[in-house]
Design a protein around this ligand. Structure first.
Ligand SMILES: Nc1[nH]c(=O)nc2c1ncn2[C@H]1C[C@H](O)[C@@H](COP(=O)(O)OP(=O)(O)OP(=O)(O)O)O1
Length: 269
């Protein structure tokens, strides 16, 4: 389907499928935890921790459950901070639901990060990740090398030791945006910039940061081809590959629930 045709599709009602995505932040040590997905949806990518909201479950309860299942970290409900939502829509057909992904950050938890057979947690530098630059690719963990000779950022915490008690052997890498879902390169650096003291935000982004005093972001993206492929040239990523119309807004209230089956494309605040 040509791009221009996709843009001219009339508004349509679609069902929504709810997911969660949690990003643990260790502000004191300037680091952010992502997981490398070893199996299932998103296999081979780094991402926050999350999954489907089950029937009868609240969004925040699902976020806590998925974070615990995939990383071992346990967070109390009052410590969950919702930051925004992604609305991901394929225009390849009229029947696929819009993925409504609720994004949280946490900075307090119990337990230490553990690899599971689904996700391999890895710390990245927070302040080095405020813009999506082409970094050295992050190592790719596989289930059979998890306990092998991996870089120190992959080593699991010795039993009885809290992760924050350990010295950091190597400087942490920036987030490997090119090894994440494509649209993460847009919303995630902006979210992180919003959380940082202004003097750490790159000069060119400071004005934008000043304008974003709203509480939540909504990132609505249409995927035209549905293909997520990395395109890089001269160190620049083509962030829009596979994406169609997209919009990132900062809002004071997330219209949770109201979206479900009733929102038409392009009409949310
Ligand atoms: N384009 C995208 N951008 C993004 O940032 N996160 C995405 C994404 N598409 C999916 N995700 C996230 C949402 C959610 O956290 C995860 C997908 O969840 P899963 O399918 O793994 O759910 P479950 O863990 O419930 O599934 P099962 O493994 O079948 O139990 O990937």
């Amino acid at each position: 389907m040509a791009t221009t045709d996709a843009m001219q599709l009339p508004p349509k009602l679609k069902t929504h499928k709810q997911y969660t995505l949690v990003i643990p932040l260790d502000l004191q040590r300037d680091r952010v935890l992502l997981g490398y997905k070893l199996r299932g949806f998103g296999q081979g990518k780094y991402n926050g921790f999350g999954g489907k909201v089950e029937q009868g479950e609240s969004i925040v309860a699902a976020a806590i459950r998925e974070l615990h299942e995939e990383s071992g970290l346990l967070v109390r409900e009052p410590d969950m901070i919702q930051r925004g939502a992604l609305l991901l829509e394929t225009v390849a057909d009229n029947s696929s639901p819009i993925l409504e992904i609720h994004v949280f950050t946490v900075d307090k938890w119990e337990g230490t990060e553990n690899a599971t057979d689904e996700m391999h947690p890895t710390w990245f530098s927070l302040s080095e990740s405020l813009t999506p630059t082409s970094a050295t690719p992050a190592p790719i963990p596989t289930p059979n090398v998890i306990s092998g000779s991996l870089p120190s950022s992959f080593l699991s915490t010795p039993p009885g030791t809290e992760a924050h008690d350990l010295p950091l052997a190597l400087p942490l890498q920036p987030i490997p945006y090119h090894q994440m879902w494509e649209e993460s390169r847009v919303w995630l650096p902006r979210l992180l910039q919003n959380l940082m003291p202004p003097d750490l935000v790159p000069q060119e982004q400071q004005e934008e940061q000043q304008q974003k005093k709203k509480r939540y972001f909504i990132h609505h993206v249409q995927f035209i081809g549905g293909v997520d492929r990395d395109v890089s040239s001269n160190g620049e990523y083509s962030v829009w590959h596979g994406m169609g119309e997209r919009r990132l807004d900062w809002v004071d209230e997330l219209p949770v629930g109201e979206w479900d089956s009733r929102r038409t494309f392009g009409r949310y605040p």
